[in-house]
Design a protein around this ligand. Structure first.
Ligand code: NAD
Length: 275
């Protein structure tokens, strides 16, 4: 039995299915992490590099990626900085092409880039709405569409999308919760479409993680970041707020060879159950 790949090649079933047997190791792969200049993206890029991957560190400004690249190369890994706005098709195509040319064809994509434009509905501007939907949802769509052809050619791929506990609803985040819920739908649909080509697609949905993004939220609410974290931590079952590595470890698993039979899932990383 054969199928036609997205790049038009014939593909036999036995080539699609990863070998059964022992837990597979991680052969060298190329990953792209968007929004990797700082926060969860930077921690994820460092984690994937520690797993043995060469990593394209993508963010709005290539210069802002220098610290993440240095952390990886100083530890003996391979990484390059790539500047691109994930919501712009031409920049996405150029960035993916640069990574493929300099590191090799990408096999792992982490759609992490994100912004907040929080406001209650009656004060939310169209620009607030469009900006958040563009970066999170259109960005993940454009990046996935560009990278999938490299994954299909390799008959292997791992896409991990950053959703959020806010997908379940959060006051002041109509735009963000819609984008993060949309990413869950995108995840499940891409898992169905790309599964036959050895590509898994999953989402990680963090709760409160201490990063520049949540520090900015505290500032907007007029509370210190320390007080904000303490208030949130008291409501989390494990009684602390999340750290970037809490998310990076889960992404590392979903990006690994061994996660080959997990696809279309949303994993909440929130120190307790959410539904
Ligand atoms: P952050 O603000 O610290 O980092 C986001 C990065 O994305 C920045 O480096 C920024 O420059 C980059 N970025 C923004 N727009 C971009 C664009 N158009 N193109 C390319 N890069 C762009 O954020 P973070 O807290 O590390 O969050 C990372 C992801 O995790 C986001 O998708 C966020 O929505 C999600 N998330 C975060 C939390 C949390 O509590 N921090 C919780 C749930 C989900």
């Amino acid at each position: 039995m054969s199928e036609t790949t997205h790049s038009g090649r014939q593909l036999r079933d036995e080539n699609v299915r990863p070998p059964a047997g022992e837990m597979p190791g991680n052969p060298p792969r190329v990953a792209i992490v968007t929004g990797a200049a700082r926060g969860i993206g930077a921690a994820t890029a460092r984690r994937l590099a520690a797993d043995g991957m060469a990593v394209g560190i993508l963010d709005l400004d290539a210069g802002s990626c220098a610290a993440t690249v240095a952390a990886i190369t100083d530890a003996g890994g391979r990484a390059i900085a790539v500047g691109a706005d994930v919501s712009k098709d031409d920049q996405v195509e150029a960035a993916v092409g640069t990574v493929a040319a300099e590191l090799g064809p990408p096999a792992v994509l982490v759609n992490n880039a994100g912004v907040l434009r929080d406001n209650l509905l009656f004060k939310m501007s169209e620009d607030d709405w469009d900006t958040v939907l563009s970066v999170h949802l259109r960005g993940a769509f454009l990046m996935s569409r560009s990278v999938q052809k490299h994954m299909v050619d390799q008959r292997y791929g791992r896409i991990v999308n950053l959703s959020s506990s806010s997908a379940l609803g959060n006051r002041g985040q109509a735009n963000y919760s819609a984008a993060k819920a949309g990413l869950q739908g995108l995840t499940k649909t891409l898992a169905i479409e790309l599964g036959p080509f050895g590509i898994t697609v999953n989402a990680v949905a963090p709760g409160f993680i201490a990063t520049g993004m949540t520090a900015a939220t505290a500032a907007r609410l007029g509370v210190t970041f320390e007080d904000f974290q303490a208030t949130v931590a008291a409501q989390v079952p494990v009684r602390r707020i999340g750290e970037v590595d809490d998310v990076a470890y889960v992404i590392s698993f979903l990006a690994s060879e061994g996660a080959r039979y997990v696809s279309g899932q949303v994993i909440y990383v929130a120190g307790g159950p959410l539904s």
